[in-house]
Design a protein around this ligand. Structure first.
Ligand code: FAD
Length: 455
């Protein structure tokens, strides 16, 4: 007998189980590894296995958004942060761990807890009733994925991501680009001036850029990703570039219908269309993040930054995230989940971890933590008071459960672009301002929610 069924004993599922168990709630944690099943990326049967790097990234909670997330998770007694301390290895200002010690420590804490039953079993369908948390990750087993599709609709669960780089708006040099929609087309939701930032290129700039795309070092697909389909509109930019030097000029980089105000050619409107253009589109409601339209890519991260900074207006671009393309099972959360991570169509089911469209070990664990707290509040008959959007937890959660644009939703790391902006603070001091505001606001929230966060 249990109060909450958690499916998936990875990072998010383990964290959610811990949060529930320590609040006196009985949990069944179903993990398919250990029952003869495996994902293509995992190597062991251990709970909370880190499938690739052994790093939780920056541990600097004064200037870094992921470091701030560490801080907030520690404040809420995260098992991932606890076990991370036990397993910690030297890594400068980053937090890195011995992966075997880490996984063993999470597993020990959960298996020894009287409120947790770890069941080694694959779950093939969403349960019809009973509070459930689904935390089956980027490589959710096929049968369960089909059951999720049944509950959400075909278009709402993706099996691959196609991530175009995302740029902080305040790092774009607007003296070289302009805002306009192609042919000045508008919809109900359009901005007065237009919806795209246009970065124009001359022929010389375009040819050099094209060459850079072709020559840039690419990340290889993993063996089990080799059947990655290139959906319409999701083809990597460098693959499109390799089809011919003009292909991009008839695709995402076409200049037609865009009137370059920096071009003094008065002859006829076409004369002012740029030879090629890179378009950026708003990525979040706050307007702080903009994505490079059509620029999903397998170029290596280091090469992306250098090449994309050759684009006029992006010389000093700060990237909230770089482009990528991977196998990744994730929901269109802004559309299908409510603000408490519950499936709108079946609210007894919550989702947590990477399947909600966050990305990364720390982010996945953080969403598991919050899902556990929310389920505990629901079982206790208490109202859930939303986390302040100025905290890393609140900002990430707001993004995936509604603030992100559902039409272009792709997985997201935590970053300051998700936070309500502090334009009035000088750029140099802004990161510290974000983290100190977050720490204050989380402290206030914890004090006001003592039933949700027992001492
Ligand atoms: P997972 O940790 O994958 O946990 C999901 C669990 O559910 C698994 O244990 C799985 O066995 C189980 N499961 C699946 N289906 C079922 C089912 N039907 N029934 C029962 N159990 C089931 N992030 C980083 O920060 N750094 C990295 O270096 C990094 N590298 C990555 C490399 C790869 C190849 C992949 C795929 C992802 C990587 N990630 C990385 C991204 C991501 O943060 C991790 O995948 C993270 O583990 C996600 O946590 P999770 O709890 O959501 O999912």
């Amino acid at each position: 007998t249990h109060d909450v069924h958690i499916i998936g004993g990875g990072l998010a599922g383990s964290e959610a189980a811990w949060q529930l168990a320590k609040r006196g709630i009985k949990v069944r944690l179903s993990e398919m590894r250990g029952s003869g099943e495996m994902t293509p990326a995992h190597q062991t049967d251990g709970l909370a296995e880190l499938v690739c790097s052994n790093s939780f990234r920056s541990d600097d909670d004064t200037k870094n958004a992921v470091g701030l997330l560490h801080h907030e998770m520690r404040e809420l007694d995260s098992i991932v942060m606890r076990a991370g301390e036990v397993a910690r290895v030297p890594a400068g200002s980053a937090m890195a761990v011995d992966r075997d010690v880490f996984s063993a420590e999470v597993e020990r804490a959960l298996s020894e807890h009287p409120n947790v039953t770890v069941a080694r079993e694959r779950v093939d369908a969403l349960p019809d009733s009973g509070l459930t948390i689904v935390a089956t990750g980027p490589l959710t087993a096929q049968s369960l994925a089909q059951s999720i599709v049944g509950a959400t609709g075909e278009e709402r669960l993706a099996f691959f991501d196609a991530i175009a780089p995302i740029i902080h708006r305040d790092s774009i040099d607007m003296s070289k680009c302009w805002i306009q929609s192609r042919w000045n087309k508008r919809t109900e939701a359009s901005n007065e001036d237009g919806d795209y930032i246009n970065c124009p290129m001359t022929k010389e700039q375009y040819l050099a850029f094209h060459q850079g795309l072709i020559e840039g070092e690419k990340t290889e697909f993993k063996e089990w990703e080799k059947d990655t389909p290139y959906f319409d509109g999701c083809m990597p930019i460098e693959v499109m570039a390799s089809r011919g030097v003009e292909t991009l000029r008839y695709g995402p980089m076409k200049g037609v219908g865009l009137d370059n105000p920096f071009d003094t050619n008065e002859e006829f409107p076409q004369g002012r269309w740029p030879y090629a253009v890179v378009q950026l589109r708003q990525d979040n409601k706050l307007g702080t993040l903009w994505n490079m339209v059509g620029f999903q890519t397998k170029l290596k991260y280091a090469g992306q930054v250098g090449l994309f900074r050759t684009i006029p207006g992006l010389e000093n671009a700060e990237f909230a995230r770089l482009g990528g393309l991977h196998r990744n099972t994730f929901l269109n959360s802004p559309q299908v989940l409510d603000r408490q991570l519950r499936l709108k169509a079946a609210p007894h089911i919550r989702f947590a971890g990477q399947v909600t469209g966050c990305e990364g070990y720390v982010e996945s664990s953080a969403i598991g933590l919050v899902a556990g707290m929310m389920a505990a509040a629901e079982l206790g008959g208490r109202d859930w008071h939303p986390l302040p959007p100025s905290t890393a937890l609140g900002a990430l959660l707001s993004h995936i459960t509604g603030d992100a644009d559902a039409a272009t939703f792709q997985p997201m790391n935590v970053n300051f672009g998700l936070f309500p902006p502090l334009h009035e603070v000088k750029k140099k001091q802004r990161k510290e301002a974000y983290t100190s505001r977050a720490k204050n606001d989380l402290g206030t929230w914890i004090n006001a929610n003592s039933e949700a966060v027992p001492a």
